[in-house]
Design a protein around this ligand. Structure first.
Ligand SMILES: [Fe+2]
Length: 215
């Protein structure tokens, strides 16, 4: 039986080491973002490490929120609509979001700060957007497939047919890693094939992420 997208997919191992597959462009600073955007790479990964927000700040946010979602055409207005603790939580990353916003014509932006206690999107898919800025501040990062490991024709079939080729490595972003994912709305990319990682709530696993979706 096809089990792609389930927690126990046989024949697929998760790859968490630091080697960089060909599908990735390393982003050394925000100045590299225009190059990434017009490149043929589907995933931009920050070559630098950033400290995740400290545990105390995360706890203050988690004490009063599970999810904050704001959407609109004006990034400044979106930021000013956030409460103080949310602003403080995402402040270290916001310069990247502003820079990302500058490099393309965006009709709409959605900012999402969310706590996840289960596997949000278990099936491999491509998102319908131009570009996503993403950082998982706590917990496992998004899982993705290299182009050569993907059976593209099986996308969007509701998980009935395998999307990952047999015996491939599943790539996984790491906690704190800053990433940019292209979506199907990108003018010259089909977008990155990805899914949410499995989270085991019985072990008390929780994820906390911040993403900015550009449409
Ligand atoms: Fe997605």
């Amino acid at each position: 039986m096809y089990s792609d997208g389930k927690l126990d997919a046989p024949g697929i191992e998760t790859h968490r080491n630091d080697s960089v597959p060909e599908d990735v462009m390393l982003v050394y600073s925000a100045d590299d973002l225009p190059i990434f955007y017009s490149s043929d790479k589907d995933l931009g990964l920050a070559a630098f490490r950033m400290a995740t927000p400290d545990v105390e700040l995360q706890k203050r946010w988690l004490d009063i929120h599970t999810s904050v979602v704001v959407e609109g055409p004006d990034l400044k207005k979106l930021k000013s609509s956030l409460d103080d603790v949310t602003k403080e939580l995402i402040q270290p990353y916001f310069g990247f979001v502003e820079k990302t916003n500058e490099i393309m014509s965006t009709k709409n932006i959605r900012l999402v700060i969310k706590r996840i206690d289960d596997q949000m999107c278990p099936l491999f898919h491509v998102d319908n957007l131009k570009l996503r800025f993403l950082v998982t501040m706590k917990g496992k990062g998004t899982q993705w497939l290299r182009k050569e490991d993907t059976i593209h024709k099986n996308l969007g079939k509701g998980g009935k047919k395998p999307i990952a080729k047999p015996d491939v490595y599943l790539q996984e972003l790491q906690e704190g890693q800053v990433a940019w994912l292209k979506g199907s709305g990108h003018p010259s990319s089909k977008g990155l094939v990805h899914r949410s990682p499995a989270v085991n709530p019985t072990l008390g696993e929780t994820r906390l992420f911040f993403r900015a979706d550009f449409f």
